[in-house]
Write a protein that binds this ligand. Structure first.
Ligand code: ZN
Length: 73
């Protein structure tokens, strides 16, 4: 039974499939992962990560706000 290691939070969870290629939600952190299993072995795990991109945008906006506050003072 192949074990998938979440690239986001590091949690290990098992998928009871010998042939599997689909999106999986991490049971620990809820991250959306693309998992590829061939011949009962894990071939690929990748974060699909739409939420991560949104978080990066929020961080950039916060930095811009800090700059504005400094200019006003
Ligand atoms: Zn996770």
């Amino acid at each position: 039974m192949p074990t998938v290691s979440c690239p986001v939070c590091g949690a290990d969870f098992e998928i009871n499939e010998k042939e599997f290629e689909d999106e999986v939600v991490c049971p620990e952190c809820g991250a959306l992962l693309y998992v590829l299993i061939e011949g009962g072995e894990l071939r690929s795990v990748a974060e699909i990560g739409e939420e991560t991109e949104e978080e990066e945008w929020e961080e950039e906006e916060e930095e811009e706000w800090d700059e504005w506050e400094e200019e006003e003072w």
